[in-house]
Design a protein around this ligand. Structure first.
Ligand SMILES: Cc1cc2nc3c(=O)[nH]c(=O)nc-3n(C[C@H](O)[C@H](O)[C@H](O)COP(=O)(O)OP(=O)(O)OC[C@H]3O[C@@H](n4cnc5c(N)ncnc54)[C@H](O)[C@@H]3O)c2cc1C
Length: 477
């Protein structure tokens, strides 16, 4: 009888793992178990009354690097090429990003010219921060917070304005708690290898082999900064689901896994409410903290390491305004914690992807709320009402972008524990989890946003790697 691999979690990581398992020369039986009624996890796109697309989760995927290229290859394999909406290199959404500091929007400098010119809110041209970086000694710690790393190498303004905002934009997190080694591994490695981030990024780590396809070549030639899909990014998990079911993968929805136990012959029993499944191997693509509660007593050290990987919540408020105009054209702006503890940033969705606007006069923006403000509200047991988030978001859009009229359409979603936090020492949690799995030879592989990257590309790659590990061979070979 062939092997059975059970994949836990039908977000993009679990879908990617299932996809790559089925591509193996001798594919195992694959069962994908999802707790909710829909697949895709945080990737969710909904339509407004006029057909406009509103992204409740991710809204753009970066094509850069080997991982970006692999995702584009997947898109082509799923037959989605004609649905891709690129943001080309010469587009304002690719060129312009802003910081909201001191009550005003400031364009982040681009190119060498931009670095040489004074660029508020920074008091000196960023060229000086770069010069300082080149001569700083190499750090000696095995890990450091993003803030401390940036402060040491680039100075206080870059640390407290740029890196603080970046951590809020990518992780909805606090640069004083997040780990440079795990959140920005290329910066950490650049310092380790070349003593300087700038030297490291200039000299590069050597190009890893990249897949090739017509879409990848187009993305490179047109210098895409990101891309989406015509009907929203949820088209990607939907296409994966259709592909998997057509290839014989059993997809179970509405079946939360409530426990795992190890059988004497080394197989897993996966408990689903009233029923159970047997598996030779389990790929977990559910959040680490959820898995930690499902593991059997024999795996207590693993559960302890995984349970320490926390996540933060984000309130996503999609707003649509009739006949309104933005004061600037760009991807969006970020807000450092010193400026506003609750507003992480605003994405100008209509600039990057006007094709998703529905009616031409409907301007779409998304306000991301979170940070210390939301944590404080959650900790104090306050009522987290839709009205509260809508009011906060509308005020931010009015103050920061001049969108003072009431929106014509508004969606509010509080995503609880949606972004894992790679805090200082995250690498040690991963190392102890992997050491335990190897020492006990447990047929369990970890995938998903909890471990080595939260971006959609990272999650897809984690699913692919998990499939490689579970199969013991390269599935694409
Ligand atoms: C608001 C927001 C904006 C983002 N923006 C971007 C962006 O623009 N670009 C980008 O690249 N990335 C972005 N990200 C990050 C990216 O979308 C996520 O990291 C990624 O989608 C996570 O995928 P995942 O499959 O690892 O986890 P999830 O999406 O969390 O999927 C896990 C799945 O497991 C299921 N599950 C949980 N418990 C159980 C159980 N007991 N049994 C069975 N199933 C269970 C869940 O229902 C879920 O479907 C954003 C994330 C958020 C939240």
């Amino acid at each position: 009888m062939g092997r059975t691999v059970v994949v836990l979690g039908g977000g993009i990581s679990g879908l990617a793992a299932s996809y790559h398992l089925r591509r193996a020369r001798c594919p195992p039986k694959v069962v994908l178990v999802e707790g909710s009624e829909r697949l895709g996890g945080w990737i969710r796109s909904v339509r407004g009354p006029d057909g406009a697309v509103f992204e409740l989760g991710p809204r753009g995927i970066r094509p850069a690097g080997a991982l970006g290229a692999r995702t584009l290859l997947l898109v082509s394999e799923l037959g989605l090429d004609s649905e891709v909406l690129p943001v080309r290199g010469d587009h304002p959404a690719a060129r312009n990003r802003f910081l909201y500091v001191g009550g005003a929007l400031h364009a982040l400098p681009t190119g060498l010219g931009g670095l040489l010119r004074p660029s508020p809110p920074f008091s000196k041209p960023l060229f000086w921060a770069g010069l300082r970086e080149l001569i700083r000694p190499r750090g000696k710690e095995p890990d450091e917070t993003v803030h401390s790393f940036a402060l040491r190498r680039l100075g206080p303004e870059v640390a407290s304005l740029a890196m603080d905002s970046l951590c809020r934009g990518v992780f909805a997190g606090d640069s004083r708690e997040l780990s440079i080694r795990s959140c920005f591994p290329s910066l950490f490695q650049a310092e380790q290898t070349h003593r300087s981030i700038l030297l490291g990024l200039l000299l590069g780590a050597g190009r890893s082999p990249q897949p090739d396809s017509a879409l990848i070549r187009q993305a490179r030639a047109e210098r895409w900064s990101q891309w989406s899909l015509r009907g929203g990014l949820e088209m990607l998990p939907q296409a994966l689901e259709a592909h998997l079911t057509s290839r014989g993968v059993s997809v179970l929805r509405g079946q939360p896994v409530c426990g795992l136990s190890l059988q004497p012959e080394g197989r897993w029993k996966v408990f689903l409410g009233d029923s159970s499944l047997e598996a030779d191997h389990v790929i977990s693509a559910i959040p680490a903290s959820v898995l930690s509660k499902l593991l059997p007593a024999e795996a207590a050290p693993l559960a302890q390491a995984l349970g320490a990987i926390t996540a933060v919540s984000v309130a996503v408020v999609n707003l649509q305004y009739r006949g309104a105009h933005l004061p600037v054209q760009g991807f969006g702006h970020l807000v450092p914690s010193s400026e506003d503890p609750g507003v992480l940033g605003i994405v100008y969705d209509s600039v990057a992807f006007p094709e998703q606007d529905g009616s031409p006069s409907g301007l779409r923006v998304t306000v991301m709320l979170g940070g210390a403000w939301l944590q404080m509200l959650q900790a104090s047991g306050s009522v987290l009402s839709q009205e509260l988030f809508q009011k906060q978001a509308q005020e931010a859009a009015a103050t920061q972008l001049g969108l003072k009229e009431p929106p014509s359409h508004c969606l509010v979603h509080l995503h609880k524990n949606c972004i894992p936090q790679y805090t200082l020492g995250h690498w040690q949690k991963l190392e102890s989890a992997q050491q335990f799995l190897a020492a006990q030879r447990l047929p369990l592989t970890l995938a998903g946003a909890s471990y080595e990257g939260v971006a959609v590309n990272d999650c897809i790659e984690s699913g692919r790697q998990a499939a490689v590990h579970a199969l013991g061979i390269e599935p694409d070979s």
